[in-house]
Write a new protein. Structure first.
Length: 188
């Protein structure tokens, strides 16, 4: 943590050689208390991920049809990691300050550069926009979901909807479809 601020947060679940790293905006207070990524019951990440083609090798390896927050630490062993743009937990991303992103973006870029995953997937435009602007120097107002033309060094970028239940623009089936598109993009 930079800036001298101390707080409990979720650990990065990163390792060298990951095929994909999911990047969230920041951990929720609930997830930090639970000790797992996307731990809140209403979050669509685990149900959507479990039903998507992206999870097939994971589910096959574990012999289960559904995955949950308690499985987050197993995913790096099958090539999928987790981190956040900002590590400071809040009740919602609206509580983040510009200074959080100013600290978080360089820290994120350093972590991703150190571990060099094959691809990065941002959960939502809100988390990707400050990385694009402050990390890559691109100030683009319209950011579409899907593959991005920009890269983080050599790392290609994909953006999916934020799976939070607060994101009313997308439902579970939409999230599953985006993870399926991500799975197809990863093998293309």
């Amino acid at each position: 943590m930079s800036g001298g601020e101390e707080y409990e947060t979720l650990p990065d679940l990163l390792a060298p050689g990951l095929r994909l790293v999911f990047v969230g905006i920041n951990p929720s207070l609930y997830s930090v208390r639970a000790g797992h990524y996307f731990a809140r019951r209403g979050n669509r990440f685990w149900p959507a991920f479990s039903r998507s083609r992206l999870s097939l090798p994971v589910r096959a390896g574990l012999g289960r049809d559904a995955l949950g927050p308690e499985d987050d630490r197993l995913l790096p062993t099958v090539g999928i990691g987790f981190t956040d743009v900002v590590k400071r937990p809040t009740a919602g991303s609206a509580a983040l300050r510009p200074a959080d992103y100013q600290r978080g973006v360089p820290d994120l870029l350093e972590r991703l550069g150190r571990f060099e995953p094959r691809a990065v997937c941002f959960h939502g435009v809100t988390g990707f926009r400050p990385v694009l602007r402050d990390g890559l120097g691109v100030n683009r107002l319209n950011i579409a979901l899907g593959p991005q033309t920009e890269r983080l060094g050599d790392i290609p970028i994909f953006v999916v909807p934020n799976p939070s239940a607060a994101n009313a623009h997308f439902q579970l089936e939409d999230q599953i479809a985006w993870y399926d598109r991500l799975a197809e993009w990863l093998v293309s």
